[in-house]
Write a protein of this length. Structure first.
Length: 318
């Protein structure tokens, strides 16, 4: 019998965008970690805090210290924003001092897992690089040495925050895990599995429920499923009226650069001066960031409720 089929499975969870920013959100993360059971380890894929202040990073560190399994942390842009906005030459300094290194490796059964900060590509227009050129060179050297040390058939998993899809390394990974989009995306591109999850703490874009990816690795076979979590206390359900017509979302001339493209998400002309609400839906959490979606003569967008605890998806007639 094949050793790969008899070897014990490695089970892990991948979540992202925890955005710890207060004692309350620290408590949320502590509670959420107790909901992730029957895994060997957890990877939290960046934007662990909202601003990356020392206090936020300490709150995050206190939260993950309560986990009963190892928690591996990934750097995301929000985790360096405080220093970046202060024009600090090293926006990652607080993260490294309080959380850990920006790039590192660990083993998960037969697999080698690499945590890194990828270079940005066209899918993230106007984003800024948080690493200095010297750090980029050091990380590249480390990555090369790690890949050179792998055996030809050894499974490789990449964990990062930005969902950039760069040319795969010589040793092709089984999967790339990322956050940032606040959306659930699970697909293959040129045979490479790509996993992106909504935030762990709040509702994602397009009303994706908050949650995490549950993963099982047995030999070279990787199975991934999404586990949703219930809304945080404070978000109240409310009946909503049904839309007057079904809307088919398009990405043609209305919005040619939706979710990517060299020119970013820019529309040359607005949809019109008059916008009236056609329908709305209450979300079981608070949306963080969102770009509107244009479909025909309708505009769909998310907004935060005045309580700060929930939000709405609103359809506007343009």
């Amino acid at each position: 019998m094949d050793k790969a089929t008899t070897a014990p499975a490695v089970r892990f969870a991948f979540a992202a965008d925890t955005h710890v920013e207060s004692e309350r959100t620290r408590a949320w993360l502590i509670e959420d970690l107790t909901q992730i059971n029957d895994v060997d380890f957890i990877v939290l894929g960046g934007d662990l805090t909202t601003h990356g202040t020392p206090q936020e990073l300490v709150w995050f560190r206190e939260a993950i210290a309560t986990a009963t399994v190892p928690v591996h942390s990934v750097f995301g842009g929000h985790d360096g924003n405080a220093l970046l906005q202060a024009v600090d030459p090293d926006p990652t300094r607080h993260f490294r001092d309080l959380i850990g290194p920006l790039w590192y490796a660990f083993d998960a059964g037969p697999a080698r897992c690499l945590v890194h900060v990828p270079e940005l590509d066209y899918q993230t227009p106007k984003e800024q690089d948080y690493l200095t050129s010297a750090m980029r060179a050091e990380q590249a050297q480390w990555l090369t040495s790690e890949l050179d040390a792998l055996s030809p058939d050894q499974p490789l998993l990449l964990f990062q925050h930005m969902p950039v899809v760069l040319p795969p390394p010589a040793h092709r990974p089984l999967a790339i895990f990322a956050g940032h989009w606040h959306l659930l995306k699970l697909y293959r591109q040129d045979g490479l599995l790509f996993v992106s999850v909504p935030p762990l703490g709040v509702t994602g874009f397009a009303a994706d429920p908050r949650g995490y990816a549950r993963c099982q690795l047995r030999g070279g076979d990787l199975a991934v499923s999404f586990e949703s979590l219930p809304p945080q206390p404070g978000a109240t359900a409310r009946p909503a009226s049904a839309p007057d017509a079904k809307i088919k979302l398009v990405t043609g001339a209305d919005w040619p650069d939706l979710y990517g493209g060299a020119s970013g998400r820019v529309r040359q002309q607005g949809p019109g001066p008059t916008l009236s609400i056609t329908w709305s839906r209450l979300l079981p959490g608070k949306p963080l960031l969102n770009s509107p979606v244009i479909a025909g003569e309708r505009v769909l967008m998310a907004t935060t409720a005045s309580s700060g605890m929930s939000g709405w998806v609103v359809c506007l007639d343009a």
